[in-house]
Design a protein around this ligand. Structure first.
Ligand SMILES: Cc1ncc(COP(=O)(O)O)c(C=O)c1O
Length: 388
């Protein structure tokens, strides 16, 4: 099983007495002991007892096998949200005196979680410009973790993981990459010495704006320890959600390609529009991150998120948003429906004002998650909304 889509479809490797092709939704929380005196139950392929739903669930396990194959890792662990995976990772890894390097542009709940934990645990958070050079420069003896998103949200800066991989000792420093925006269709962080790969599966993995979930993929020993933390913190992904995400993942490659093609068409249209000040999309050859993206991405696809600045003020951006008809005004990304937000009032709201200014997250910035509708219809909606 080598091809991406083949792994997405068959990677669950589920087998049962009926020859079912689709892993069933195991709703049972409890499973019969083989030896109840010592708590022994049936052992799954990870070597764990399947006896209680907060520890293991066979449907969730099937999804984890798929994700591990897609990210080329030993194993994976599914959580009930992207933030649940990230918080479990931080609680497991961080200890007093640690230093964590994080680009100043990461998902804002990740940053606020880090800040809150840091003050409780006595961990130092060093926020740096989102570039490989700035990250590498700030690594020192105290550094225990680098946490980053390879393509930043919302300004789509691409961080040169190849450069980082040549300068980092990933035994001493945990390099964790949130691959939500890029997905394993175009980026394999493990090739660049990431020790753990994280996803909000709420986005492209499930792909239909109808499930919340998260996952961590990595090597066997780390996943084994994280499994214990998941058990203690209680964040396992539930079976129905696992089933839904498995269903979504089957078309991940197809969908991601179409999202990317639609996004490129939208970016090209906006780049030529008189009411647009700037388009931030690494798929445009004029974009300053195009060459890094070309170098580290597996394919010439650049994802479905196009950000752009409306010429004028915040009020002009609001007027544009108000006029959208087909495109929904809501958070999240990576789903079938096109969706737009004003980052200053949404995902970037918790970033410090000073950082937002440096990063170019201005009041007239719009983040558009380009969906799977026909590109002509998306462009027509943008066109009428820009006519204010
Ligand atoms: C890059 C990134 N990571 C993590 C998360 C958190 O995921 P969730 O909403 O599934 O908890 C998000 C959510 O928007 C995100 O965009």
């Amino acid at each position: 099983m080598t091809g991406f889509s083949t792994k997405s479809i068959h990677g669950h490797e589920h087998k049962d007495a009926y020859g079912s092709h689709i892993p069933p939704i195991y709703t049972s929380v409890v499973y019969e002991y083989i030896d109840y005196e010592i708590g022994e139950a049936i052992v799954n392929d990870r070597g764990n007892f399947v006896r209680y739903g907060r520890e293991e669930n066979p449907t969730t396990r099937a999804l984890e096998r798929i994700v591990a194959k897609l990210e080329d890792t030993d194993d994976a662990l599914a959580f009930n949200s992207g933030m649940s995976s990230i918080s479990t990772l931080f609680i497991w890894w961080l200890k007093p005196g640690d230093k964590v390097i994080v680009p100043m542009e990461v998902y804002s709940s990740t940053l606020s979680l880090l800040n809150n934990l840091a003050s409780k645990l006595g961990v130092k958070i060093v926020k740096v410009w989102p570039s490989a050079e700035a990250i590498v420069e700030s690594i020192d003896k105290e550094t225990s973790m680098v946490f980053l998103e390879a393509m930043t949200n919302p300004t789509n800066k691409v961080i040169d993981l190849d450069y980082i991989s040549k300068c980092i000792d990933n035994e001493r420093i945990l390099l964790a990459v949130d691959n939500t925006f890029t997905t394993p269709v175009i980026l394999k962080p493990i090739k660049y010495k990431a020790r753990l790969v994280i996803h909000s599966m709420t986005k492209y993995f499930s792909g239909h704006n109808d499930v919340v979930g998260g996952v961590i993929a990595g090597r066997k020993d780390d996943i084994k320890t994280l499994w214990d933390w998941r058990r203690m913190l209680g964040g396992i992904l539930q079976p129905f959600e696992s089933y839904m995400i498995m269903r979504g993942i089957k078309t991940l490659e197809l969908r991601f390609e179409k999202h990317s093609l639609n996004a490129k068409a939208v970016a090209e249209y906006l780049a030529d529009h008189s009411k647009i000040e700037e388009v931030l999309y690494p798929g445009l050859p004029s974009n300053p991150y195009h060459d890094i993206a070309k170098k580290i991405f597996e394919k010439p696809l650049y994802g479905g998120v196009v950000s752009f600045k409306i010429k004028g003020s915040y009020n002009d951006a609001v007027n544009f948003m108000k006029k959208l008809k087909l495109i929904k005004r809501c958070p999240s990304l990576g789903g079938t429906e096109s969706m737009a937000v004003l980052p200053v009032k949404a995902g970037s709201m918790f970033l410090e004002q000073e950082d937002r200014e440096k990063l170019g997250i201005t009041e007239n910035l719009v983040r558009l998650s380009v969906g799977l509708e026909d590109p002509e219809d998306i462009i027509e909606d943008l066109s009428q909304a820009l006519n204010f």
